[in-house]
Design a protein around this ligand. Structure first.
Ligand SMILES: Cc1cc2nc3c(=O)[nH]c(=O)nc-3n(C[C@H](O)[C@H](O)[C@H](O)COP(=O)(O)OP(=O)(O)OC[C@H]3O[C@@H](n4cnc5c(N)ncnc54)[C@H](O)[C@@H]3O)c2cc1C
Ligand code: SF4
Length: 319
């Protein structure tokens, strides 16, 4: 498949990128590694007339324990001994080693939502009838509804959420911060609270995230390079044998990674033991409702939520 025509820009600063974006009157996309966006362009999924590459912006490079630049390559993140081990695990589970040499952190956090009816060639989509995420005006998964249920399938976001990370955005109106847990929204087309012209420059983690035990586990069809069919992130801090802080995020079952903050906050002070791991895994599974638009069945993905979360909590119990 070949790319459609577009004009390519490579600014050297955030300010220059924002200026170019303003001149494009909305007909642009930012691009970092291009491993997600260019595949969608080849499938003629909403291509734009201008591509603004962010790869020349120095301030977005580099990672430390508490500051991760948007242009950090996933291959570097997975090898970086200074970042939280759960982030390294999640990075190592994205795609394949070759893709991770190209893929960036910000691109991963902003990866396009996925659906069986959307991630197809133009020919395939034309033969079935377009859906409203590209060219059409109806949802082929839930025709009665006016929102898109395409699934959020990035691997890093759930881990950033359980580590209480903050995303930093730069736009024409200045810079702002949004908590990772509040960034994603319940529509597969709108996807998140970022405005089209805003750039995700970096992510910060609170110093307290260092003392959180955390892990990420992912269900996929082919372990060599597939997107998640379901995944779970969890983090825990104990005070003696009692739960002091606890977060769970279930991913790739909905339009956004799903936090369970009200439920997990209610568990503070509970004894962390075998009974706790069984009860919580079952409860989180029962509260989740995977959307039916990926190749594995919803029943299987739902069942695996309990299994994968239980494995993470068991590993916390043993350590
Ligand atoms: C074979 C294959 C397998 C894959 N498997 C996985 C997988 O298992 N898990 C997974 O999570 N992903 C997977 N991906 C998707 C993709 O490779 C990764 O998500 C990657 O991290 C995207 O980063 P990128 O820099 O290439 O993003 P790009 O493709 O450059 O951009 C992705 C989106 O983010 C926007 N964007 C990028 N950077 C910024 C920024 N700083 N500010 C504002 N907007 C920005 C772009 O406009 C675009 O909408 C896979 C891709 C391929 C080709
Ligand atoms: S959920 Fe519906 S609107 Fe969204 S991509 Fe799938 S078919 Fe299209």
């Amino acid at each position: 498949m070949i790319l459609p025509p577009f004009e390519y820009h490579r600014p050297g600063s955030v300010e220059e990128a924002l200026k170019i974006a303003a001149d494009c009157s909305g007909d642009f996309d930012y691009v970092a590694g291009g491993s997600d966006l260019l595949q969608n362009y080849k499938n003629r999924l909403n291509p734009r007339g201008h591509l603004i590459s962010l790869t020349g912006i120095e301030e977005m490079l580099g990672a430390t324990e508490e500051h991760i630049g948007g242009l950090t390559l996933l291959a570097d993140l997975e090898r970086d001994g200074s970042v939280h081990p759960a982030l390294r695990t999640a990075a190592s589970l994205v795609a394949s080693p070759l893709v991770r040499q190209q893929a960036t952190v910000a691109g991963n956090l902003l990866v396009e939502t996925r659906c069986f009816y959307f991630n197809q060639s133009e020919f395939w989509r034309r033969s079935l009838g377009y859906c409203m995420k590209a060219e059409g005006d109806v949802c082929l998964v839930v025709p009665q509804k006016e929102i898109c249920y395409a699934t959020y399938s990035g691997d890093l976001a759930p881990v950033f959420m359980v580590l209480d990370a903050v995303y930093h955005l730069a736009g024409p109106g200045g810079r702002r911060e949004v908590k990772a847990r509040e960034f994603y929204c319940g529509d597969g087309i709108e996807r998140n609270v970022k405005k089209p012209e805003e750039i995700l420059t970096h992510v910060t983690l609170p110093g307290s995230s260092r003392s959180l035990q955390a892990d990420y586990s992912k269900l996929r069809v082919r372990d060599t390079f597939d997107y998640p069919m379901m995944s779970v992130a969890a983090s825990l801090r104990l005070d003696g044998d009692k739960v002091d802080e606890f977060h769970v995020v279930v991913n790739a079952v909905d339009t956004r990674p799903l936090p369970f903050e009200d439920y997990t906050a209610s568990l503070r002070g509970r004894r962390f033991d075998q009974g706790f791991t069984e009860e919580v895994s079952g409860e989180v599974r029962d509260r989740s409702r995977p959307v039916k638009n990926l190749v594995l069945s919803t029943a299987y993905r739902k069942k695996m939520i309990g299994v994968y979360l239980s494995r993470i909590l068991q590993s916390f119990l043993k350590s």
